[in-house]
Design a protein around this ligand. Structure first.
Ligand SMILES: [Zn+2]
Ligand SMILES: [Zn+2]
Length: 164
């Protein structure tokens, strides 16, 4: 959805915004963002003297892979967007204004979703991950591997894994 920063006779215009983005696969830092349903966007855009105040809520449902246990899981994503966009604004994270003074709200939404994504996604806060020896998913069952901290060399390794 395109919003013009110039095409107004009045000093100020408020637009009620409601649209959906149907992209099912988005690529972010070489990782896919897999949406299970269209991204629903609602909100308002106020354009006053070439500055757009964008207030939107974007909702969708994601399919993700836990970076610790590698299981697939789903989660709801809600992103609140509150940005001011002006031509010539070079601030980081802002979507560039297109030729002719247009901003594409789709870009604004996708940009905000990208920024909101955590670097490491976990299926749950206390995910136990996979056994480093046999690969068992420790959320599902314990394995019979010897505790790794009996060997000081492995103990150092374990500390490294703790940070993951
Ligand atoms: Zn997990
Ligand atoms: Zn094991």
């Amino acid at each position: 959805m395109l919003i013009s920063l110039h095409d107004i006779n009045k000093k100020s215009v408020t637009k009620i915004v409601e649209f959906a983005i149907t992209a099912s696969q988005l690529v972010y830092n070489n990782e896919e963002i897999r949406t299970l349903e269209p991204i629903k966007v609602t909100g308002t855009v106020d354009v006053t003297e070439g500055v757009a105040a964008v207030k939107l809520t974007a909702k969708t449902r994601l399919s993700e892979t836990c970076s610790r246990c590698l299981e697939e899981f789903e989660r709801d994503l809600v992103v609140e967007i509150d940005e001011k966009i002006a031509e010539g604004g070079e601030e980081e994270g802002l979507v560039p204004v297109q030729e002719g003074g247009f901003i594409d709200l789709k870009d604004v939404v996708l940009n905000s979703i990208y920024i909101s994504m955590p670097i490491k996604v976990l299926c749950k806060e206390d995910c136990k991950g996979l056994c480093q020896s046999c690969g068992t998913n420790l959320n599902i069952r314990e394995c019979d591997c010897a505790p790794v901290d009996e060997d000081p060399r492995l103990s150092a390794l374990k500390d490294i894994f703790k940070e993951v």
